[in-house]
Write a new protein. Structure first.
Length: 325
């Protein structure tokens, strides 16, 4: 079943909802079932907006939501939205509430990009004004975002952590309902949101990375040595120059390479061969260890290795003489 427009009923002559039709997000208690489909979430958005009057507001009078759900705007998507509004008008109203700290202003519940587009176009934004508590605001914003289904996993995880941290209830019923998730998913979201803030700041553009890969990275970063490497890596210019998911891929690969090498594998390092290519000597450094490996197609590799080994005393004395200061 395709999702219908959550605000379709706002544009018709729809009667106000009865008490039995009050949006489900207003319910309290762990017994409330958690929404599991986009259609259910769209229906909730329908009911939330039913019977409400659409007004036109000056965008400059509308403040951001107290809960941040987007880390950054996708410039290409935003320009497409702004162009559509400029050419066809704003088909779907946004939802705002009176700002609890300044009754002369409003606060976005959802529709922040449409508000911004209207502001940049220099036009009024079509909106529904609804009184609601902070908790109901959080759930309505989360459910609308889940129905729209275009937030990245990281954005949803950070939103989950923020709502959970407000302690609306002892069993996280609010955040479970807001994001339409189960407790296992919430646990992973909270774990990912707890990744070092400096690392997350450099990975916020990784919008296509899903839950499992984020959780895998979180587990890698639980090792202090990996976290230290990650903090150094994300500050490097070659890392900063990468775009989007490539940053995540680069960091994840680097940390995985830091695990114990596969048995028998020769660490990467410098390589040397004579002109006749009779042997190949590979060397690598790991910590305080320096390893040399000699390879050849026949026994010449072994013979050369034995030849060098017999002369280690002479080579060491030569090394001391040449490095003596």
């Amino acid at each position: 079943m395709p999702r219908k427009n959550p605000f379709e009923t706002v544009l018709g002559d729809t009667p106000a909802p009865s008490q039995d039709e009050i949006p489900a997000f207003q319910a309290r208690g762990a017994s409330r079932s958690i929404t599991s489909t986009l259609d259910d979430l769209a229906d909730k958005a329908d009911k939330l907006m039913e019977g409400e009057t659409i007004v036109e507001l000056d965008p400059s009078l509308i403040d951001p939501s107290f809960i941040k759900d987007r880390l950054e705007h996708n410039a290409e998507e935003f320009e497409a939205l702004k162009k559509a509004i400029a050419e066809e008008g704003q088909s779907s109203p946004i939802l705002v509430r009176p700002n609890p700290e300044d009754k002369s202003r409003y606060m976005v519940v959802f529709g922040a990009r449409r508000r911004r587009a209207a502001e940049e176009l220099g036009i009024k934004v079509r909106a529904v004004i609804k009184e609601m508590s902070d908790r109901d605001h959080a759930v309505a914003q989360g459910q609308e975002n889940a129905a729209r289904a275009n937030l990245s996993f990281l954005e949803r995880a950070l939103m989950a952590a923020e709502v959970s941290g407000r302690n609306y209830d002892s069993d996280n019923t609010t955040v479970l309902s807001a994001l339409a998730i189960d407790k296992a998913t919430l646990s992973k979201m909270l774990a990912v949101a707890g990744i070092d803030a400096k690392v997350l700041a450099q990975l916020q553009s990784a919008t296509s990375i899903g839950r499992d890969r984020w959780y895998e990275l979180k587990n890698l970063l639980d090792r202090p040595a990996n976290l230290k490497r990650a903090l150094n890596l994300v500050e490097a210019q070659d890392f900063i120059d990468l775009d989007g998911d490539k940053r995540f891929d680069h960091l994840s690969s680097a940390l995985k390479r830091g695990r114990k090498p596969t048995k028998g594998a020769v660490p990467k390092g410098q390589s040397w061969s004579p002109k006749d290519k009779g042997v190949e000597v590979q060397s690598s450094t790991r910590g305080k260890s320096f390893t040399i490996a000699v390879k050849a197609k026949d026994r010449s590799g072994i013979e050369f290795g034995e030849f060098v080994s017999k002369r280690l005393d002479d080579l060491y004395e030569q090394f001391k003489a040449e490095t003596k200061t």
